[in-house]
Design a protein around this ligand. Structure first.
Ligand SMILES: Cc1cc2nc3c(=O)[nH]c(=O)nc-3n(C[C@H](O)[C@H](O)[C@H](O)COP(=O)(O)O)c2cc1C
Length: 340
């Protein structure tokens, strides 16, 4: 094989080098559902069914969004490593595939960097009063429009009642509670603590709160306390994401197909990394969209047009303390994301 013949194959093979960094992509419950399948002349991006959420992601929208965040993050890492590849969407639910990465002539450039990918993380702690500058919100609106979506900016004040109702629905569902507990790693002694899931540090729980969560979500205790006000208590403890005077950004789209949701995930990565470059962090809240009792009100709040629906909801703002002082959510090592 000559050098020119082998170059495209080398660029595909080099994706193994960046797969671990690309796995820093945001993803629901930190399940890291993606999988790279190396084929002769391309790499398939797919997912492993065992990492798809059940009751907490009833429409599998978060799964497809998470796969989109992964594709976009992989492309950003490839661009910086000078790996000439392009993404070709080809969603197939039966094959558990969202698309393929193929060799390309030249590496693409990206305004987002690996440093952004590695530094970004969600923030679930307290928010400062500093406002997001109008130019940043305008840029987010433009970025969304370029991708065929829309970003609506709503005040935390207007979003708060929806979030409270959604949390009430979320914590009142035994299946969702069980799944949250299954993905929670509430003590460093948990065998998967350094691999995946939601740990006590990133949930910003004190030791006592982590202990209380382990206790309250245990099925027998949950069943016993649910009718006695447990749901209200959990809701009150968790609705801080819209506390204070700030904004929530909602991504809306009129494409209702699965491939459109993957594209929305790609957009979300661009939005979150751009915000991160300005020191702005996000806290996504999927249940406001999943909850049958709030999604239509959210659409109205965003002045959704016919056929347009909310896809992603997140509080954005400046954290009250530096999130970088806390460890990041862990990821499973590189080999776990790759097959073939
Ligand atoms: C599609 C999607 C939905 C998410 N939904 C929620 C959510 O409802 N609540 C929450 O606290 N975090 C949510 N997250 C954040 C993830 O839990 C987080 O990205 C993951 O745990 C990895 O942590 P990191 O982003 O800090 O690396 C969501 C992320 C994505 C991509």
């Amino acid at each position: 094989m000559t050098d020119t013949e082998s170059a495209p194959l080398r660029s595909i093979d080099r994706l193994r080098e960046i797969a671990g960094t690309a796995a820093r992509a945001a993803n629901a419950h930190n399940t890291q559902p993606w999988e790279l399948r190396f084929r002769a002349d391309h790499v398939e991006v797919g997912w492993r069914a065992r990492y798809a959420l059940g009751p907490s992601d009833p429409a599998h929208r978060d799964l497809r969004l998470s796969l989109g965040t992964y594709v976009e993050t992989l492309l950003i890492c490839a661009a910086e490593a000078g790996i000439p590849v392009r993404y070709e969407p080809d969603f197939d639910a039966d094959a558990a595939r969202v698309g393929r990465i193929r060799p390309d002539a030249w590496p693409a450039a990206s305004p987002r960097s690996v440093a952004d990918v590695e530094g970004r993380r969600v923030w679930r702690g307290a928010w400062s009063r500093e406002r997001i500058p109008a130019r940043v919100l305008d840029r987010a609106r433009r970025t969304a429009a370029e991708a065929g979506f829309r970003v609506a900016v709503v005040t935390t004040h207007a979003a708060r009642p929806l979030l409270v109702r959604a949390y009430h629905w979320f914590f009142g569902d035994a299946g969702i509670a069980a799944e949250l507990l299954a993905w929670a790693r509430l003590t460093p002694r948990h065998p998967e603590y350094r691999r995946d899931g939601l740990n006590d540090v990133m949930l910003v729980l004190s030791r006592a709160e982590a202990l209380a969560m382990r206790l309250f979500f245990a099925p027998a205790v949950y069943r016993l306390l649910r009718p006695l006000g447990l749901v209200r208590l959990l809701t009150a403890l968790s609705s801080g994401a819209t506390a204070g005077d700030g904004v929530v950004l909602v991504v809306l789209g009129s494409r209702t197909d699965a491939a459109g949701e993957v594209e929305a995930g790609r957009l979300v990565t661009r939005l979150w990394l751009d915000l991160f470059q300005d020191g702005i962090y996000v806290h996504p809240q999927s249940h406001v969209i999943d909850c049958p009792g709030t999604v239509d009100d959210l659409a109205r709040l965003c002045a959704a047009e016919d056929g347009e629906r909310p896809l992603v909801f997140f509080r954005a703002g400046f954290p009250a303390v530096d999130p970088a002082a806390r460890p990041r959510h862990p990821r499973r090592e590189n080999g776990e994301h790759v097959s073939g």
